[in-house]
Design a protein around this ligand. Structure first.
Ligand SMILES: Nc1ncnc2c1ncn2[C@@H]1O[C@H](COP(=O)(O)OS(=O)(=O)O)[C@@H](OP(=O)(O)O)[C@H]1O
Length: 459
């Protein structure tokens, strides 16, 4: 073989080698390197690079491929644009995620702007609400990318996305998210309670972390009320989550639902983590009683068309005492108010299925007074990259709770409107309750090793 031939063979094999190496580097190795960099950078990089997004395409399906809602009028279409957040002012978020749009507001918004008298309108309103929630959950960069795709689609098809049926708009958004690597994931973390212990505020703050993906609704209620609907239903309620994020939901009623831990273990596995917030058990039940009273009154007012309210802390106190104490003067242990505050009883049930390490035990009073430290604890419990800073939080005296400095909605929604006075319990009943809760709180202390700021008045 002469020198020239040998050189040609070497060049040929070198080209093949470079080609193989090149394609390996741009696929496998790139992913490996990508996975080694910090999660928040990954998150940013994904939203900036998104190779798959470049190829995203969505063609308008035939009318009968979708639920038929083809009779859309122009004003409705304009409302859709608002519902998707595409109209005019896009909320810019200082802290990345624009989770500030709360579900209750989303519901109000949707009901107000669309009405929901007939079933097809109701269905549309529901689809719009889902779009609205998904949109509210999206990161700033993700939204920007989405809007680019919307523009591209609109110019390619000479149409406006908001003039398509709502189900198609939802389909477009979901397909985009999937192409970007976001999918609806069953939860990794659940805030399981306790009711009236600051769970709303906690969920609101946790959701601001860029590596947390909050469920689409405020409370999903799968393992208590909707279990028979199956995991497909549950998944459909979860937020769109990238592989770098943890999927999160909160439903305080899970804590007191006896079947919940066994079903969670079966369906989500033993690595599920639980956020649990406790509160002084008497304060908690007083708050719970007001919450339930207000819910009942609202229903009665809607039914009767009359708004009656004549009460005082003492009157409410008497009503609550009747529920807490039975005719013989003993604690009514079957009352839900007592039951929910009997923390150790429920926790023991959960610990039959999950180890203690899967739980973080937080405190309502500390959440209110030192929100930052509590959020740092949560961050480290979930192994999240550091995000929360002290200057992000402030106490709002008019709300009586912590809020966050954001350009969007800064405060968690009030879980109770608070139009009724809080019940004032007599000293005698309070003393009885303290005696009842003492051994239960001692048990809680023994299990968790945690002494809460209010424990000293019981132990
Ligand atoms: N920022 C902010 N705004 C309003 N409320 C706040 C906030 N932070 C904590 N809290 C406390 O949360 C209590 C309600 O608890 P939950 O959110 O767990 O209630 S619920 O179970 O979801 O209905 C609520 O209890 P009550 O005010 O006694 O009703 C508050 O003490």
């Amino acid at each position: 073989m002469n020198h020239q031939k040998l050189l040609l063979i070497i060049i040929f094999f070198s080209i093949i080698l470079i080609f193989i190496l090149g394609s390996y580097l741009t696929s496998h190795s790139a992913v490996t390197i990508f996975n080694k960099i910090s999660p928040s950078f990954q998150l940013k990089a994904r939203t900036e690079i998104w190779p798959s997004i470049q190829n995203f395409s969505w063609s308008i399906p035939k009318a009968d491929d979708n639920e038929a809602h083809d009779t859309k009028t122009k004003p409705e279409a304009a409302n859709n644009r608002q519902a998707t957040g595409l109209a005019g002012s896009r909320q810019d978020s200082k802290y990345k995620k624009s989770q500030k749009t709360e579900v209750s507001d989303a519901q109000k918004f949707v009901q107000k702007s669309h009405g929901a008298e007939n079933p097809s309108k109701k269905k549309d309103a529901a689809a719009k609400e889902v779009i609205f929630r998904i949109f509210a959950n999206m990161d700033e960069e993700l939204r920007d990318q989405y809007l680019i795709q919307v523009k591209k689609f609109e110019s390619e098809h000479s149409t406006q996305i908001n003039q398509l049926p709502v189900s198609m708009q939802r389909n477009f958004l979901e397909k985009f998210l999937k192409a970007a690597g976001y999918y609806q994931k069953l939860p990794d973390v659940i805030n399981i309670g306790v009711k009236k212990s600051g769970t709303n505020a906690l969920g609101f703050f946790i959701a601001h972390h860029p590596l947390i993906s909050h469920s689409l609704g405020n409370e999903v209620h799968f393992f208590d009320w909707n279990y028979q609907k199956g995991l497909k239903f549950y998944r459909s309620k979860m937020g769109f989550t990238s592989k770098f994020q943890l999927s999160f939901e909160k439903t305080p009623r899970y804590f007191v639902t006896d079947s919940a831990p066994a079903n969670i273990l079966k369906d989500l596995g033993n690595s599920t983590k639980f956020v649990l917030c406790f509160r002084d058990p008497i304060d908690r039940l007083v708050s719970d009683f007001r919450h339930e009273t207000e819910l009942r009154l609202r229903k009665e007012w809607i039914k009767s068309g009359k708004k009656k309210m004549n009460s005082s802390p003492e009157k409410e106190g008497k009503k609550l005492e009747k529920l807490l104490i039975d005719k013989k003067g003993n604690i009514n242990v079957s009352s839900d108010f007592i039951r929910t505050s009997s923390y150790s009883i429920h926790l023991k049930n959960w610990l039959k299925y999950f180890p203690l390490d899967n739980f973080i035990f937080l405190d309502h009073d500390r959440l209110l007074q030192d929100t930052f430290s509590v959020m740092k604890e949560v961050e480290s419990f979930l192994d999240l990259k550091e995000f929360f800073r002290k200057d992000m939080f402030y106490f709002d005296p008019t709300r009586g709770g912590p809020c966050m400095h954001t350009d969007g909605k800064p405060c968690p929604s009030k879980s109770t409107p608070g139009f009724m006075p809080k019940a004032k319990l007599s000293k005698a009943v309070q003393a009885k309750l303290r005696v009842y809760f003492r051994p239960l709180l001692q048990e809680l202390l023994n299990i968790t090793g945690k002494r809460f700021p209010w424990s000293h008045s019981y132990l």
